[in-house]
Design a protein. Structure first.
Length: 303
């Protein structure tokens, strides 16, 4: 109104302002819809992979257990700042100074995947159609099969810290991972797709201004599901022997989707090489060398 009062051609100014407002509203509308979860989901379907080979790789890949240590100490450091008046203020603050770090992988004798059954609820539209894609949110859980392996790990952890502790303080971290496993993955469940499914159709309906109706139609076909990959490791036992396989039959990784059942009952690809040895160091063993037995006890010699 201020500009219109200064300019005699008020009608032209009003039209320009109206056009600017419309352009800004259109930009906001397009931006909001092109960063929506539905749009992201549809874009990811273009890089989707078949679920069976993906999960086969994850189920048959050995887990890695890494021990990490970060050594550090704390120092008082001075800081200075100036205010608007040019006055300088100095203060001290205790800060963490990192020095050395190290990592080492925990060795074990055998491993096994016990993820169990993964069932997808893939029926939509009254059971007349299947969900073509699914967004998987994967998490990993690695545990020890028996107390003996847990004790071996604690001993290895203690020795690892002693070997690599070079400063006053330290932070210890255990990380578990499986090669090729990502937190979020788009997978293909079926080759058939519903009509008007895909990011191009989403863009067309967005430009036509009826994307909200399209979202109502397409949302039931957008499946998001979280699963937990569970693996166990052992230093003392062959987890893939026949007796153990029969005992853990209910935990065999299985996929159920679109009336299909895929069972992954192949033994793990980590051959069992016998128990992992664990060295116990005691003061007697360090001082006497051959004068102690395997338990670290001093051997008394009779004259």
């Amino acid at each position: 109104y201020y500009l219109a009062a200064k300019n005699p051609n008020t009608e032209l100014i009003t039209q320009i302002l109206f056009g600017v407002v419309i352009c800004i509203a259109a930009i906001i509308y397009l931006f909001a819809h092109f960063i929506s979860p539905i749009c992201f989901y549809l874009r990811e379907t273009r890089q989707a992979v078949d679920i069976y080979p993906l999960m086969q790789k994850i189920f048959y890949t050995r887990p890695a257990i890494k021990m990490e240590i970060q050594c550090y100490h704390k120092e008082m450091k001075k800081h200075t700042s100036k205010d608007e008046a040019g006055k300088t203020t100095t203060w001290e603050r205790e800060e963490e100074v990192r020095t050395t770090s190290a990592q080492e992988e925990f060795r074990y004798a055998s491993w096994k995947d016990i993820s169990g059954t993964w069932a997808f609820d893939t029926r939509v539209a009254g059971g007349k159609a299947d969900v073509p894609y699914a967004s998987l949110q994967l998490s990993l859980e690695v545990s020890f099969a028996e107390d003996g392996t847990s004790q071996v790990y604690e001993t290895e952890k203690e020795n690892f810290i002693k070997r690599n502790l070079t400063d006053e303080k330290y932070n210890f971290t255990q990380r578990t991972s499986v090669d090729g496993m990502e937190y979020l993955k788009m997978v293909r469940l079926s080759d058939s797709q519903p009509m008007f499914f895909g990011p191009i159709w989403y863009a067309i309906f967005t430009l036509l201004g009826v994307v909200d109706f399209y979202i109502i139609y397409i949302a039931p076909y957008c499946l998001e599901q979280s699963f937990n990959v569970v693996k166990i490791v052992s230093c003392n036992e062959d987890l893939n022997k026949a007796e153990r396989q029969e005992q853990d039959a209910h935990t065999i990784p299985t996929l159920r989707y679109n009336d299909k059942v895929r069972v992954f009952n192949k033994p793990s690809l980590c051959p069992y090489e016998g128990p992992i040895p664990c060295l116990l160091y005691t003061s007697d063993a360090a001082d006497e060398q051959r004068g102690v037995d395997l338990g670290g006890r001093r051997i008394s010699k009779k004259q």
